[in-house]
Design a binder for this molecule. Structure first.
Ligand code: ASP
Length: 332
Protein backbone atom coordinates (compact mmCIF):
# COMPACT_ATOMS: atom_id res chain seq x y z
CA UNK A 1 0.00 0.00 0.00
CA UNK A 2 1.45 3.33 -1.05
CA UNK A 3 1.98 6.08 1.50
CA UNK A 4 -0.07 9.13 0.66
CA UNK A 5 0.70 12.71 1.49
CA UNK A 6 -2.32 14.20 3.30
CA UNK A 7 -4.74 15.69 0.81
CA UNK A 8 -4.40 19.28 1.92
CA UNK A 9 -0.62 19.16 1.46
CA UNK A 10 -0.63 17.68 -2.04
CA UNK A 11 -0.07 19.79 -5.11
CA UNK A 12 -2.82 19.98 -7.62
CA UNK A 13 -2.63 17.70 -10.61
CA UNK A 14 -4.58 19.75 -13.14
CA UNK A 15 -2.27 22.03 -15.12
CA UNK A 16 -5.01 24.26 -16.50
CA UNK A 17 -7.29 26.52 -14.53
CA UNK A 18 -10.58 27.09 -16.32
CA UNK A 19 -12.37 30.36 -15.62
CA UNK A 20 -14.09 30.35 -12.26
CA UNK A 21 -12.15 27.45 -10.71
CA UNK A 22 -10.37 28.12 -7.45
CA UNK A 23 -6.85 26.74 -7.41
CA UNK A 24 -6.65 27.39 -3.68
CA UNK A 25 -9.75 25.26 -3.02
CA UNK A 26 -8.81 22.25 -0.87
CA UNK A 27 -8.64 19.06 -2.98
CA UNK A 28 -8.69 20.96 -6.28
CA UNK A 29 -7.39 18.67 -9.04
CA UNK A 30 -6.64 15.81 -6.63
CA UNK A 31 -7.15 12.10 -7.06
CA UNK A 32 -9.13 10.25 -4.40
CA UNK A 33 -7.47 6.85 -4.30
CA UNK A 34 -7.35 5.72 -0.67
CA UNK A 35 -8.66 6.83 2.70
CA UNK A 36 -5.03 7.00 3.82
CA UNK A 37 -4.83 10.42 2.20
CA UNK A 38 -7.28 11.98 4.67
CA UNK A 39 -6.73 13.59 8.05
CA UNK A 40 -9.48 14.46 10.53
CA UNK A 41 -9.48 18.10 9.38
CA UNK A 42 -10.09 16.90 5.81
CA UNK A 43 -13.08 14.87 6.98
CA UNK A 44 -14.58 17.86 8.80
CA UNK A 45 -14.21 19.87 5.63
CA UNK A 46 -15.76 17.21 3.35
CA UNK A 47 -18.66 16.62 5.75
CA UNK A 48 -19.29 20.37 6.00
CA UNK A 49 -19.57 20.56 2.21
CA UNK A 50 -21.78 17.42 2.17
CA UNK A 51 -24.18 19.07 4.66
CA UNK A 52 -24.36 22.13 2.42
CA UNK A 53 -25.12 19.87 -0.54
CA UNK A 54 -27.89 18.17 1.44
CA UNK A 55 -29.52 21.47 2.29
CA UNK A 56 -29.22 22.70 -1.33
CA UNK A 57 -30.83 19.49 -2.62
CA UNK A 58 -33.60 19.83 -0.01
CA UNK A 59 -34.22 23.45 -0.95
CA UNK A 60 -33.76 23.59 -4.71
CA UNK A 61 -33.03 20.07 -5.95
CA UNK A 62 -30.65 20.83 -8.79
CA UNK A 63 -28.26 23.77 -9.20
CA UNK A 64 -25.51 24.89 -11.55
CA UNK A 65 -22.29 24.59 -9.54
CA UNK A 66 -20.70 22.19 -12.05
CA UNK A 67 -22.43 23.46 -15.17
CA UNK A 68 -20.26 22.68 -18.19
CA UNK A 69 -18.23 19.98 -16.35
CA UNK A 70 -18.22 16.38 -17.53
CA UNK A 71 -17.74 13.21 -15.49
CA UNK A 72 -16.66 9.91 -17.07
CA UNK A 73 -18.23 7.15 -14.95
CA UNK A 74 -16.13 4.10 -15.83
CA UNK A 75 -17.30 0.83 -14.25
CA UNK A 76 -15.58 -2.49 -14.96
CA UNK A 77 -17.59 -4.21 -12.20
CA UNK A 78 -21.33 -4.17 -11.43
CA UNK A 79 -22.67 -1.27 -9.41
CA UNK A 80 -26.04 0.21 -8.52
CA UNK A 81 -25.51 2.74 -5.74
CA UNK A 82 -21.98 4.00 -6.45
CA UNK A 83 -22.54 4.44 -10.16
CA UNK A 84 -26.01 5.97 -9.95
CA UNK A 85 -25.17 8.22 -7.01
CA UNK A 86 -22.15 9.66 -8.85
CA UNK A 87 -24.36 10.16 -11.87
CA UNK A 88 -27.11 11.80 -9.80
CA UNK A 89 -24.52 13.90 -7.95
CA UNK A 90 -23.12 15.28 -11.20
CA UNK A 91 -26.57 15.98 -12.61
CA UNK A 92 -27.81 17.65 -9.41
CA UNK A 93 -24.78 19.94 -9.70
CA UNK A 94 -25.70 20.81 -13.29
CA UNK A 95 -22.89 18.80 -14.93
CA UNK A 96 -23.08 15.93 -17.40
CA UNK A 97 -21.94 12.33 -17.42
CA UNK A 98 -20.40 9.87 -19.87
CA UNK A 99 -21.72 6.62 -18.38
CA UNK A 100 -19.66 3.51 -19.15
CA UNK A 101 -21.34 0.95 -16.97
CA UNK A 102 -20.95 -2.01 -19.24
CA UNK A 103 -17.37 -2.09 -20.40
CA UNK A 104 -18.47 -5.03 -22.54
CA UNK A 105 -19.93 -2.45 -24.91
CA UNK A 106 -16.83 -0.24 -24.96
CA UNK A 107 -13.39 -0.82 -26.50
CA UNK A 108 -12.32 -2.63 -23.33
CA UNK A 109 -14.11 -5.63 -24.86
CA UNK A 110 -11.66 -5.33 -27.78
CA UNK A 111 -8.73 -5.60 -25.36
CA UNK A 112 -8.00 -1.93 -24.69
CA UNK A 113 -5.75 -1.32 -21.68
CA UNK A 114 -6.80 0.74 -18.67
CA UNK A 115 -4.15 3.42 -19.36
CA UNK A 116 -5.40 3.84 -22.93
CA UNK A 117 -9.02 4.02 -21.80
CA UNK A 118 -8.37 6.72 -19.19
CA UNK A 119 -6.12 8.68 -21.57
CA UNK A 120 -8.99 8.68 -24.02
CA UNK A 121 -11.61 9.69 -21.46
CA UNK A 122 -9.50 12.56 -20.11
CA UNK A 123 -9.76 14.26 -23.49
CA UNK A 124 -13.55 14.40 -23.10
CA UNK A 125 -14.11 14.61 -19.34
CA UNK A 126 -12.97 16.76 -16.40
CA UNK A 127 -13.01 13.96 -13.80
CA UNK A 128 -13.04 10.15 -13.99
CA UNK A 129 -14.74 7.81 -11.51
CA UNK A 130 -13.30 4.31 -11.82
CA UNK A 131 -14.37 0.91 -10.51
CA UNK A 132 -12.12 -1.97 -11.49
CA UNK A 133 -11.58 -5.56 -10.24
CA UNK A 134 -7.83 -5.18 -9.63
CA UNK A 135 -6.26 -3.81 -6.45
CA UNK A 136 -4.20 -0.72 -7.34
CA UNK A 137 -6.07 -0.03 -10.59
CA UNK A 138 -7.16 3.48 -9.57
CA UNK A 139 -3.59 4.37 -8.65
CA UNK A 140 -2.36 3.04 -11.97
CA UNK A 141 -5.04 4.98 -13.87
CA UNK A 142 -4.13 8.16 -11.99
CA UNK A 143 -0.56 7.91 -13.31
CA UNK A 144 -1.84 8.10 -16.88
CA UNK A 145 -4.14 11.09 -16.66
CA UNK A 146 -3.93 14.73 -15.67
CA UNK A 147 -7.61 14.68 -14.67
CA UNK A 148 -8.66 13.65 -11.14
CA UNK A 149 -9.39 9.95 -10.69
CA UNK A 150 -11.87 8.93 -7.99
CA UNK A 151 -11.52 5.32 -6.86
CA UNK A 152 -15.00 3.75 -6.78
CA UNK A 153 -13.65 0.36 -5.65
CA UNK A 154 -10.44 -1.42 -6.72
CA UNK A 155 -11.06 -5.14 -6.30
CA UNK A 156 -10.63 -6.22 -2.70
CA UNK A 157 -8.51 -3.13 -2.02
CA UNK A 158 -10.35 0.05 -1.09
CA UNK A 159 -13.60 1.91 -1.57
CA UNK A 160 -12.75 5.35 -0.18
CA UNK A 161 -15.93 7.21 -1.16
CA UNK A 162 -18.02 4.49 0.52
CA UNK A 163 -15.96 4.84 3.71
CA UNK A 164 -16.45 8.61 3.66
CA UNK A 165 -20.21 8.24 3.33
CA UNK A 166 -20.19 5.54 6.01
CA UNK A 167 -18.35 7.78 8.43
CA UNK A 168 -20.61 10.71 7.53
CA UNK A 169 -23.63 8.49 8.30
CA UNK A 170 -22.21 7.49 11.70
CA UNK A 171 -21.51 11.13 12.53
CA UNK A 172 -24.97 12.30 11.46
CA UNK A 173 -26.87 9.40 13.08
CA UNK A 174 -25.05 9.20 16.40
CA UNK A 175 -23.68 12.76 16.63
CA UNK A 176 -20.08 11.64 17.23
CA UNK A 177 -17.48 9.06 16.28
CA UNK A 178 -15.06 9.18 19.22
CA UNK A 179 -15.91 6.74 21.98
CA UNK A 180 -17.99 4.39 19.81
CA UNK A 181 -17.75 0.62 19.45
CA UNK A 182 -18.09 -0.52 15.86
CA UNK A 183 -18.76 -4.18 15.05
CA UNK A 184 -18.03 -5.28 11.48
CA UNK A 185 -19.70 -8.52 10.45
CA UNK A 186 -19.44 -10.84 7.46
CA UNK A 187 -16.81 -10.98 4.73
CA UNK A 188 -13.94 -8.99 6.19
CA UNK A 189 -11.34 -10.63 3.97
CA UNK A 190 -12.63 -9.58 0.57
CA UNK A 191 -14.90 -6.69 1.58
CA UNK A 192 -13.20 -3.49 0.45
CA UNK A 193 -15.70 -1.29 2.31
CA UNK A 194 -14.55 -2.59 5.70
CA UNK A 195 -10.91 -2.21 4.68
CA UNK A 196 -11.42 1.48 3.94
CA UNK A 197 -13.76 2.16 6.85
CA UNK A 198 -11.49 0.58 9.47
CA UNK A 199 -8.59 2.72 8.21
CA UNK A 200 -10.70 5.86 8.39
CA UNK A 201 -11.90 4.94 11.89
CA UNK A 202 -8.28 4.69 13.04
CA UNK A 203 -8.25 8.51 13.01
CA UNK A 204 -10.74 8.37 15.90
CA UNK A 205 -10.89 6.92 19.37
CA UNK A 206 -13.02 3.85 18.57
CA UNK A 207 -12.98 0.11 19.27
CA UNK A 208 -13.63 -2.33 16.45
CA UNK A 209 -14.93 -5.89 16.79
CA UNK A 210 -14.51 -8.07 13.73
CA UNK A 211 -17.01 -10.94 13.48
CA UNK A 212 -16.46 -13.36 10.60
CA UNK A 213 -16.01 -17.02 9.74
CA UNK A 214 -12.31 -17.81 10.14
CA UNK A 215 -11.73 -18.07 6.40
CA UNK A 216 -13.07 -14.53 5.98
CA UNK A 217 -11.04 -12.78 8.68
CA UNK A 218 -9.64 -9.28 8.15
CA UNK A 219 -6.31 -9.40 6.26
CA UNK A 220 -3.55 -9.81 8.90
CA UNK A 221 -1.44 -7.03 7.35
CA UNK A 222 -4.36 -4.61 7.73
CA UNK A 223 -4.85 -5.65 11.36
CA UNK A 224 -1.15 -5.03 11.94
CA UNK A 225 -1.36 -1.62 10.23
CA UNK A 226 -4.32 -0.62 12.44
CA UNK A 227 -2.56 -1.97 15.49
CA UNK A 228 0.36 0.35 14.80
CA UNK A 229 -2.19 3.22 14.76
CA UNK A 230 -3.22 2.17 18.28
CA UNK A 231 -6.65 0.84 17.25
CA UNK A 232 -8.41 -1.35 19.87
CA UNK A 233 -9.42 -4.45 17.87
CA UNK A 234 -10.91 -7.86 18.63
CA UNK A 235 -11.65 -10.82 16.35
CA UNK A 236 -14.55 -13.21 16.96
CA UNK A 237 -16.61 -15.77 15.10
CA UNK A 238 -19.94 -15.00 16.83
CA UNK A 239 -21.83 -11.76 17.25
CA UNK A 240 -23.61 -12.35 20.56
CA UNK A 241 -20.70 -11.58 22.94
CA UNK A 242 -20.19 -8.10 21.46
CA UNK A 243 -23.67 -7.08 20.30
CA UNK A 244 -24.74 -5.50 23.64
CA UNK A 245 -21.75 -3.09 23.59
CA UNK A 246 -22.08 -2.25 19.88
CA UNK A 247 -22.97 1.28 18.72
CA UNK A 248 -22.57 0.60 14.99
CA UNK A 249 -23.26 -2.83 13.53
CA UNK A 250 -21.74 -2.81 10.03
CA UNK A 251 -22.98 -5.84 8.11
CA UNK A 252 -21.41 -6.99 4.82
CA UNK A 253 -22.21 -9.42 2.02
CA UNK A 254 -20.03 -12.50 1.41
CA UNK A 255 -18.26 -11.49 -1.83
CA UNK A 256 -19.11 -14.48 -4.02
CA UNK A 257 -17.23 -13.08 -7.03
CA UNK A 258 -13.88 -13.18 -5.16
CA UNK A 259 -13.95 -16.92 -4.39
CA UNK A 260 -11.96 -19.38 -6.55
CA UNK A 261 -13.75 -22.29 -4.89
CA UNK A 262 -17.55 -21.87 -4.95
CA UNK A 263 -17.93 -24.78 -2.51
CA UNK A 264 -16.10 -22.63 0.03
CA UNK A 265 -18.48 -19.74 -0.70
CA UNK A 266 -21.47 -22.03 -0.13
CA UNK A 267 -20.06 -23.06 3.25
CA UNK A 268 -20.00 -19.48 4.57
CA UNK A 269 -22.62 -17.59 2.58
CA UNK A 270 -25.30 -17.81 5.28
CA UNK A 271 -22.94 -17.56 8.24
CA UNK A 272 -24.84 -14.61 9.78
CA UNK A 273 -28.38 -13.38 9.31
CA UNK A 274 -29.63 -10.38 11.27
CA UNK A 275 -33.30 -10.69 12.25
CA UNK A 276 -35.47 -8.76 14.75
CA UNK A 277 -34.66 -11.54 17.28
CA UNK A 278 -30.91 -10.98 16.85
CA UNK A 279 -31.42 -7.35 17.84
CA UNK A 280 -33.12 -8.09 21.16
CA UNK A 281 -29.78 -7.71 22.96
CA UNK A 282 -28.71 -4.62 21.05
CA UNK A 283 -28.62 -1.04 22.39
CA UNK A 284 -31.62 1.23 21.80
CA UNK A 285 -29.31 3.87 20.35
CA UNK A 286 -27.25 1.68 18.01
CA UNK A 287 -27.41 1.76 14.21
CA UNK A 288 -27.26 -1.02 11.64
CA UNK A 289 -25.38 -0.22 8.45
CA UNK A 290 -24.72 -2.16 5.24
CA UNK A 291 -23.02 -0.96 2.03
CA UNK A 292 -25.48 -3.05 0.00
CA UNK A 293 -26.34 -5.08 -1.99
CA UNK A 294 -27.62 -7.39 0.74
CA UNK A 295 -28.17 -10.99 -0.22
CA UNK A 296 -29.85 -12.31 2.90
CA UNK A 297 -27.56 -11.01 5.70
CA UNK A 298 -30.28 -8.72 7.07
CA UNK A 299 -33.86 -9.90 6.95
CA UNK A 300 -36.38 -7.44 5.53
CA UNK A 301 -38.31 -7.34 8.82
CA UNK A 302 -35.39 -5.37 10.25
CA UNK A 303 -36.03 -2.52 7.77
CA UNK A 304 -38.83 -1.06 9.92
CA UNK A 305 -36.61 -0.88 12.99
CA UNK A 306 -35.55 2.78 13.46
CA UNK A 307 -32.01 1.53 14.06
CA UNK A 308 -31.81 0.27 10.47
CA UNK A 309 -29.77 3.10 8.92
CA UNK A 310 -28.84 1.52 5.58
CA UNK A 311 -31.31 3.40 3.39
CA UNK A 312 -30.34 6.69 5.03
CA UNK A 313 -26.69 5.63 4.52
CA UNK A 314 -27.30 5.32 0.75
CA UNK A 315 -28.82 8.77 0.65
CA UNK A 316 -25.72 10.19 2.37
CA UNK A 317 -23.75 8.80 -0.56
CA UNK A 318 -25.33 11.37 -2.84
CA UNK A 319 -24.31 14.35 -0.67
CA UNK A 320 -20.78 13.09 0.01
CA UNK A 321 -20.20 12.38 -3.69
CA UNK A 322 -21.59 15.80 -4.64
CA UNK A 323 -19.11 17.30 -2.18
CA UNK A 324 -16.18 15.32 -3.58
CA UNK A 325 -16.96 16.19 -7.20
CA UNK A 326 -17.32 19.88 -6.38
CA UNK A 327 -14.08 19.80 -4.41
CA UNK A 328 -11.85 18.08 -6.96
CA UNK A 329 -13.25 20.38 -9.65
CA UNK A 330 -12.36 23.47 -7.60
CA UNK A 331 -15.89 24.62 -6.85
CA UNK A 332 -16.15 24.02 -3.11
N1 ASP B 1 -21.23 -2.21 -2.97
C1 ASP B 1 -20.09 -2.52 -2.13
C2 ASP B 1 -18.82 -2.62 -2.96
O1 ASP B 1 -18.83 -2.30 -4.12
C3 ASP B 1 -20.32 -3.71 -1.28
C4 ASP B 1 -20.56 -5.01 -1.96
O2 ASP B 1 -20.48 -5.12 -3.19
O3 ASP B 1 -20.81 -5.98 -1.23
O4 ASP B 1 -17.81 -2.99 -2.43
Amino acid sequence: MATFVPATERRTKSPHLPFGDRRDAPFYGMDILSVLQFRREDLDYIFGVAREMRSMVDRIGTFDLLKGKILANLFYEPSTRTSSSFLAAMERLGGSVIPINEVTYSSVAKGESLPDTVRTLQTYADVIVLRHPEVGSAKLAAQYTTKPIINAGDGTGEHPTQALLDLFTIQEELGRVDGLTVTMLGDLKYGRTVHSLSRLLSLFDVRINYVSPEILNMPPELLAELNRQGMAQRELTTLSPVLPETDVLYVTRVQKERFDDLGQYESVKNAYVITPETLEDAKEQMIIMHPFPRVGEISMEVDDDPRAAYFRQMESGLYVRMALLAMVLGKA
